[in-house]
Design a binder for this molecule. Structure first.
Ligand code: ADP
Ligand code: MG
Length: 243
């Protein structure tokens, strides 16, 4: 498989605080990576560096051969290929579900309204919310909101999806539906980087697990390797607490 994202010696500092420490790794097309680790270890910062919501302090991030860290790079162009889903959905409250989904393709891509709405219908079907098309976010449950947020990200036809703890804010009974949508995407070959505490999902769906602690990637391997034969004591401690 072709390399999709190359990360070379990535360092991110906030003032004196080094949050990502010399990270080098490569993500192939269609890979599903789960990033796990304690709170404050740098998971969100890592994800945000991948679409330049945070500027790397040094190092390189190369997506489809384009240097993200290069000032000349048109970041908006690259971001159109990268969907992001956050813990707190961030839907537009004054827009209906359909309008939330069609806003960016109509606005940013200048697409045809009819085609965009047809695509939104397809996406609502994919996430199991066809009947919610005309309602407003306030009438949705957390799990439904998150599935709309996923549909909205997919409406730009991204080829990379980043998820930052997409189920952490949900009531337990809502988690399964969201994970199921993510699994469907993974099965369709989407390249995905997912920060999650859902270890069952990570074991089942991820091709690779990265364990980050204090800004260092201490493990980067197949789920079986990381969960059953971790190399590092810190990983063992973490897994003992969460499994
Ligand atoms: P995680 O997602 O693993 O919980 P984060 O990436 O959010 O961790 O944070 C890692 C570290 O970076 C923490 O010490 C946090 O306080 C710090 N940090 C994150 N964002 C900022 C910011 N915008 N300014 C300053 N410090 C930040
Ligand atoms: Mg975080």
């Amino acid at each position: 498989m072709k390399e999709k994202i190359a990360i070379e010696n990535l360092v991110k500092k906030f003032g004196d605080n080094t949050v990502l420490n010399d990270i080098t790794t490569s993500i192939k097309e269609g890979e599903v990576i789960c990033v796990i680790g304690p709170s404050g270890s740098g998971k969100s910062t890592f994800l945000r560096c991948l679409n330049r919501l945070e500027e790397a302090t040094s190092g390189q991030i190369i997506i489809d051969g384009e240097h993200l860290t290069d000032k000349k790079t048109d970041i908006n162009q690259i971001r159109q290929h990268i969907g992001m889903v956050f813990q707190h959905f961030n839907l537009f409250p004054h827009l209906s579900v359909l309008e939330n989904i069609t806003l960016a393709p109509l606005d940013v891509k200048g697409k045809n309204k009819k085609e965009t709405e047809e695509r939104a219908d397809e996406l609502l079907q994919t996430v199991g919310l066809s009947d919610k098309k005309n309602v407003y976010p306030e009438s949705l449950s957390g799990g439904q909101k998150q599935r709309v947020a996923i549909a909205r990200a997919l409406a730009m036809n991204p080829d990379i999806m980043l998820f930052d703890e997409p189920t952490s804010a949900l009531d337990p009974e809502m988690v399964g539906d969201v994970l199921q949508v993510m699994k469907k995407l993974a099965d369709q070959g989407m390249t995905m980087v997912i920060v999650t505490h859902e270890m069952g999902f990570a074991k089942e769906v991820a091709n690779r697990i990265m364990f980050i602690d204090d800004g260092y990637f201490l493990e980067d391997g197949k789920p079986d390797e990381v969960f059953n034969h971790p190399k590092n004591e810190r990983t063992k401690d973490f897994l003992d607490k969460v499994l």
